[in-house]
Ligand binder design. Structure first.
Ligand code: ADP
Ligand code: MG
Length: 617
């Protein structure tokens, strides 16, 4: 309960800071909308009492009441519309604020550990999907409760003033409604929860059936029917569940509506009899009828608002969780961190890994098992090893995307964890194995590598030349201004300058390389396995270019093709998370160890068949 109160105060603060004017207007509207039904009922009573023959000389009062009644009638129609406009506007304004906080928090997370945590990821998804509407809905629902409370309180006050017995009758008539609404709200929440897993699976299959990435396998293996059937099965389960819920709602609401009407009817009989006996006026009977309806309707509105508020509390709580968790340091064991403003001097000696152990999460197998490695400044180091040896993991650790589980990484002698991570990253240019392809123009895709050169066409072209993709980009329909995309477009759109072209894997990789090379003042260049998009000769050429470009820079070249990196100053062989051998190509060949064995095997492989033998290291 205190948790819900915290969520509510947070939501109210957020709405207040996003737009206090709208919130105040909404508050005033809630008060007015709550009071209008009572005003209408009271004026009706006065008008009716004015018509009655027993009252004389009250014509003027009655006329005034008629005017007030007409005015209130207009308000009664206009106010709900105004409320719903203000609610929607609040939702837009607050949604913008929630999104900006949410995405700032996620973008500000330094490492990947938390993003990869399934629990965090689940809540992040819920927060981005439903969270932005949470606070305004929560505040709106609470104001609806206040509004209904005002109406109910007003009616009860008016009845108390007229005849306290009527309060008792009205309260009796409201009991069935309250019971029904509370029960239904509980059931509804339960059903939603039960069906959420089916909903998730249904969406997963629906995505799969329409996704471009899955399209090839779906067709080749003929999986469309299988996934289609599964999607429909889930959908039927969801439909069944919600139909049962609707039926239950119909039955209990119908029954209780009848019950409520019976009690109200009995109350009416009592009121009419009392009026005939002279205990109540005609106007009193009118206000009684309005009060019975008003209290019943007000209570059911209040209860469904509470249920909605409860739902919004849950969705907004996901946002709070994500924002709070994202701001926490990734690991409790980290040493002292300096102020984010401290500058990092250019790399002079090198980067050293000291007995680095790493696993992605507790309970998962170790990926790096005590790696000792020195990357000397100004030299090129190659890292070779089969798939799964831990090469890409090592790259991510160097970029500060994860911290070593044990051991440490030192940048010119300083522990990476004690350096400002943004500064360190500014010093690194990297092409990751799973690099990004952006839906931007070619110039923009390259310019992303260094935002200070974003609009500098000269520098961008120079980077493309160094990456060996200038001619390819220049030959695109609009040259550097051509949109790059991953979606195949209609032939008819070909001449539309907004239409993108689809690059091959190797071409995209060159763009990614140009992006990394645009960072000229970085200290460390990393190229992780460009072999996905390149043949052996092209990979060798890319590595050579990178080395030439970074003659006096520190570079880390990664490949499972030994021939591609044979010119590196030092070659390090990584096997199952440990360094098994290192040295220059000739040295290693002469030593006749694992490297020599593998190199001979791969060379033989190239002579006899085009595929490279990678599974042997
Ligand atoms: P390499 O680049 O040498 O092929 P990786 O560093 O990519 O090897 O992977 C090493 C091991 O770490 C593999 O067993 C892989 O399954 C595991 N691994 C890689 N990334 C993750 C991740 N994000 N979460 C959990 N395990 C991972
Ligand atoms: Mg890899």
């Amino acid at each position: 309960m205190t948790g819900a109160l915290h969520v509510l105060t947070d939501a109210a603060k957020l709405v207040w800071s996003s737009s206090r004017r709208l919130l105040l207007i909404r508050l005033a509207l809630a008060a007015a909308a709550g009071a209008v039904p009572i005003g209408i009922a009271w004026s009706t009573k006065v008008v009716l009492d004015g018509i009655a023959p027993s009252t004389r000389g009250a014509a003027w009062t009655a006329l005034r009441s008629v005017l007030v009644l007409a005015l209130l009638g207009v308000l009664g129609v206009v106010l709900p519309r105004l409320v719903s406009y203000v609610d929607r506007q609040l939702m837009r304004v607050v949604g913008l604020e929630v999104r900006s906080r949410l995405y700032a928090a996620v973008a500000g997370m330094k490492g990947l550990t938390r993003l990869e945590n399934p629990q965090f990821n689940d809540r992040l998804r819920l927060a981005t999907d439903l969270g932005p509407t949470g606070p305004s809905q929560l505040v709106g629902s609470c104001l609806s409760v206040v509004q209904s409370g005002l109406t109910i309180g007003g009616f009860i006050g008016a009845l108390l003033y007229l005849n306290p017995w009527m309060v008792l009758v009205v309260a009796l008539a409201a009991v069935p409604t309250v019971r029904a609404e509370i029960g239904l709200a509980r059931r509804r929440a339960g059903t939603m929860w039960e069906l959420s897993a089916a909903n998730r699976r249904e969406l997963f299959y629906a995505d799969l059936l329409t996704s471009l990435t899955a399209a090839k396998e779906l067709r080749l293996f003929g999986l469309g029917n299988l996934f289609g059937t599964r999607m429909l099965t889930e959908l039927r389960r969801i439909n069944d569940g919600s139909r049962r819920m609707d039926l239950r709602e119909l039955a209990s609401q119908g029954l209780l509506a009848v019950l409520g009407a019976v009690v109200a009817g009995a109350g009416l009989v009592w009121a009419v009899l009392a009026a005939r006996a002279g205990a109540l006026t005609v106007g009193d009977v009118a206000i009684f009828v309005a009060a019975v309806n008003g209290v019943q309707a007000g209570l059911s509105a209040a209860i469904s608002s509470v249920a909605r508020a409860h739902e919004s509390t849950l969705t907004f709580d996901h946002v709070r969780y994500v924002v709070r968790t994202a701001a926490e340091p990734p690991s409790p064991t980290q040493p002292h961190r300096p102020a984010a403003t401290s500058r990092l001097a250019p790399l002079r000696h090198g980067i050293e890994l000291r007995d680095v152990w790493f696993r992605y999460r507790d309970g998962l197998p170790w990926v790096l098992l005590g790696v000792d490695l020195f990357l000397p400044a100004g030299r090129s180091t190659a890292l070779v090893g089969i798939n799964g040896a831990g090469k890409s993991t090592l790259v991510k650790l160097l970029c500060g995307l994860y911290e070593p589980t044990r051991g440490s990484i030192h940048w010119d002698g300083s522990d990476l964890r004690e350096l400002p991570v943004d500064e360190v990253r500014r010093r690194i240019g990297a092409v990751f194995q799973d690099f990004m392809e952006y839906e931007l123009t070619a110039a923009e895709s390259i310019g992303l590598g260094d935002l200070t050169r974003w609009g500098d066409r000269h520098q961008i072209e120079a980077a493309a030349r160094r990456a060996g993709c200038h001619d390819m980009v220049a030959a695109l329909p609009s040259g550097y201004d051509t949109m790059l995309t991953r979606i195949y477009t209609d032939l008819a759109d070909r001449n539309d300058p907004g239409t993108g072209v689809v690059l091959s894997g190797g071409q995209s990789q060159r763009i990614a390389l140009a992006r990394a090379l645009l960072r000229q003042d970085c200290d460390l260049l990393i190229l992780d396995e460009p072999s996905a998009g390149l043949d052996a000769a092209a990979e060798y050429e890319v590595h050579r270019r990178l080395r030439d470009h970074s003659r006096d820079k520190t570079s880390l070249l990664i490949s499972h093709r030994l021939s591609a990196v044979r010119d590196a100053d030092t070659i390090v062989v990584l096997r199952e998370g440990t360094v098994v051998e290192q040295g220059a190509h000739d040295q290693l060949l002469a030593a006749g160890g694992p490297y020599a064995e593998l190199f001979t095997l791969q060379a033989a492989g190239y002579r006899t068949e085009p595929s490279d033998l990678t599974g042997v290291v």
